[in-house]
Design a protein around this ligand. Sequence first.
Ligand SMILES: NC(=O)c1ccc[n+]([C@@H]2O[C@H](COP(=O)([O-])OP(=O)(O)OC[C@H]3O[C@@H](n4cnc5c(N)ncnc54)[C@H](OP(=O)(O)O)[C@@H]3O)[C@@H](O)[C@H]2O)c1
Length: 262
Amino acid sequence: MDNSNANNATMTTAETKTALVTGSAKRVGAAIIQTLHRAGYNVIIHCRLSRQAADELAAELNLIRADSTKVIQGDLNNETIYNSLIEQAHACWNRLDVLVNNASSFFPTPLGSITLDDWNNLVNSNMKAPLFLSQAAAPYLKQVNGCIINMVDVHAQRPMKQHTVYCAAKAGLAMITQSLAKELGPDIRVNGVAPGAILWPAGDGAEGEMTEHTKNLILERTALKRPGQPIDIAKTILFLARDADYITGQIIAVDGGRTLNI
Ligand SMILES: NC(=O)c1ccc[n+]([C@@H]2O[C@H](COP(=O)([O-])OP(=O)(O)OC[C@H]3O[C@@H](n4cnc5c(N)ncnc54)[C@H](OP(=O)(O)O)[C@@H]3O)[C@@H](O)[C@H]2O)c1
């Protein structure tokens, strides 16, 4: 049996695998970065506004293992940077093994007030950028039998009221996951993770903020009666990246049973 993918932590520097995680300065993305790093990957943190948090996380990880973490920056609303982000990521260590499309904007779009800016913002980060970053990364991923992992959402399949644009963008991302898995096999695996309630939308007065009542309703309808943790997502990403050699085109719900009752 070929276990060549399984022991990344023991690989020599020349063989060290590299992972780019978009939107990974904070929250779930940062947990993915930390988990892949702990497993022996060299990691590339991508950020847009959270440069300071990205630099601090990189400094922390580079203290643990020198020259193991880099930061790249760019707004995924700007389609002209998609190719260059992948070029920068590849140039860090001259290889790219894993692309995690994690960056995402999230806010309600009640019908009657949806603007084209809302549409562009939500579609760009949640659907368009993942596709074009995947397209740019595919030649590099092919060289190393790498993989793409897309962060979807349980609401890609079941709508969330007043979030039509976000849900539609994530549904598009789910189809992109399956479609690319077909097109990029046998060289590249493409999978998705669909989180349920892991971290509530950023509580900084942002439009996406939820009331306590809404949070309680969501947890009441979750079989495990509690939110998940970023590490639950990160462990699934590591599994898909490192240990799931015969899995492609799948979207794994990590939702505490939420989809049983949405
Ligand atoms: N949290 C949950 O419970 C939950 C539930 C379902 C699905 N998900 C999915 O899981 C992933 C991670 O969730 P999260 O809550 O940790 O995400 P998040 O904090 O809402 O967003 C992650 C990062 O995305 C980046 N981002 C947003 N718009 C961007 C743009 N136009 N260009 C570049 N970067 C952009 C931001 O980077 P900067 O801060 O650097 O600007 C942000 O820090 C997302 O794909 C989300 O849809 C999460």
